[in-house]
Ligand binder design. Structure first.
Ligand SMILES: [Zn+2]
Length: 81
């Protein structure tokens, strides 16, 4: 039985979520990534194999070994209160 590192909760729900991989200022959005989410604080836990696959796919696309499913344009703004 695992415990949330942040809040100590022991209840998790399996979900598929959006995950943004970032590496040296490059970003790639992965949709439908499986994780376990803490039902109390919402912290997400990914399997090591899942993160390895994300990293592998990121470099495949970065090195133009294959095309991503699609590309999106993302607005950027510096937060100012
Ligand atoms: Zn938690």
């Amino acid at each position: 039985m695992k415990t949330c590192n942040f809040c100590g909760n022991k209840n998790f729900v399996s979900k598929n979520v959006d995950y943004i991989y970032k590496h040296h200022g490059r970003f790639m959005l992965f949709e439908g990534v499986p994780c376990e989410e803490c039902t109390y604080c919402g912290e997400r836990y990914f399997e090591a194999d899942t993160l390895k696959k994300v990293e592998f796919d990121f470099f495949e696309v970065l090195n133009e070994k294959r095309q991503p499913s699609r590309k999106i344009e993302m607005p950027v703004e510096v937060f100012a209160a």
